[in-house]
Design a protein around this ligand. Structure first.
Ligand SMILES: NC(=O)c1ccc[n+]([C@@H]2O[C@H](COP(=O)([O-])OP(=O)(O)OC[C@H]3O[C@@H](n4cnc5c(N)ncnc54)[C@H](O)[C@@H]3O)[C@@H](O)[C@H]2O)c1
Length: 263
């Protein structure tokens, strides 16, 4: 595993209760970061508290829904009150929907996916960017935002259309914001994983009416590497993207997909 040093950096991670967010929290903690961690509710954050305690990291926590603007204001305030600055924000919380054709997507389900997966990121960045810009203008501190999009934000994802629409929007938002803030000390990128072994993917596989083996085989059938991604493979790219040495990298959406989007 590549070694990174994030000593003295304040890193905010949403969706830190499990999957990619929790694994990222662990890696940033091991790399010396101060952490501000959030998820939907306190219960969702329980495994994270245990993991951070084991690592001896004095993370601070705030539970809240990413579709509420107040959540993001509170998180930025918490970072400033606790550590005096916000260096890195991983806007990672997200939800998927069951695999189905667009005509079968209900209105409420569609609205919720769009709210969480795109408005949640817009509201997060609206709260984070003024603080990051101010830090740069007043103290010359450079910062970084990394949004978790998806390979479904780069290529068509049949049966995942609304999720794919939201993730395409995250990619577009990332590009525009990166251009707006390129001279204001903020690098803004996205990562675009394909199916990775987190609850988001393993839960539906486990309850598939076709059985877990067939369900997984179907998921990976279009992936040139013929397998799912592992959590660590995605998280190492998160650290790479946020590393200060990666200082010319902005506005990009990095596919981590076993070759899927290369076709
Ligand atoms: N696992 C994959 O295959 C995959 C592929 C591409 C992209 N992604 C993206 O990665 C990100 C992380 O997902 P994951 O795979 O770790 O799944 P996960 O379900 O394990 O984690 C998602 C986390 O986000 C939290 N969350 C969901 N809605 C929220 C809300 N409204 N407010 C606050 N927190 C909320 C959940 O409680 C959960 O802890 C998501 O944005 C997802 O779309 C995942």
């Amino acid at each position: 595993m590549a070694k990174y040093d994030f000593t003295g950096k304040t890193v905010l991670i949403s969706g830190a209760g499990g999957g990619l967010g929790l694994a990222a929290a662990e890696r940033f903690a091991q790399a010396g970061a101060h952490l501000v961690l959030t998820d939907y509710n306190d219960q969702a954050l329980e495994p994270t508290r245990e993991a951070m305690a084991k690592l001896g990291n004095k993370a601070v926590y705030y539970a809240g829904d990413v579709v509420r603007e107040e959540t993001h204001a509170a998180l930025v305030n918490l970072a400033i009150e606790t550590h005096g600055k916000l260096d890195i924000a991983l806007n990672n919380a997200g939800i998927a929907h069951d695999q189905k054709r667009l005509e079968d997507m209900g209105a409420d389900e569609s609205k919720r996916v769009l709210e969480v997966d795109i408005l949640g990121v817009i509201f997060a960045m609206r709260a984070q960017l003024p603080q990051m810009r101010k830090q740069f203008e007043e103290q010359g501190i450079k910062s970084c935002i990394l949004n978790t999009a998806s390979v479904a934000g780069l290529v068509g994802a049949p049966t995942m259309s609304v999720y794919g629409a939201a993730k395409h929007a995250v990619v577009g938002l990332t590009k525009a914001a990166a251009m707006e803030y390129a001279r204001k000390g903020v690098r803004i990128n996205a990562i675009c994983p394909a199916f990775t072994r987190t609850n988001m993917v393993t839960k539906p596989i486990a309850v598939s009416p076709h059985g877990p083996e067939k369900a997984e085989a179907r998921l990976i059938s279009n992936i040139p590497m013929a397998r799912m991604g592992e959590i660590n493979e995605i998280v190492q790219a998160m650290l790479w993207a946020c590393d200060d040495e990666n200082s010319f990298y902005t506005g990009q959406s990095l596919a981590l997909d076993g070759g899927l989007s290369a076709g």
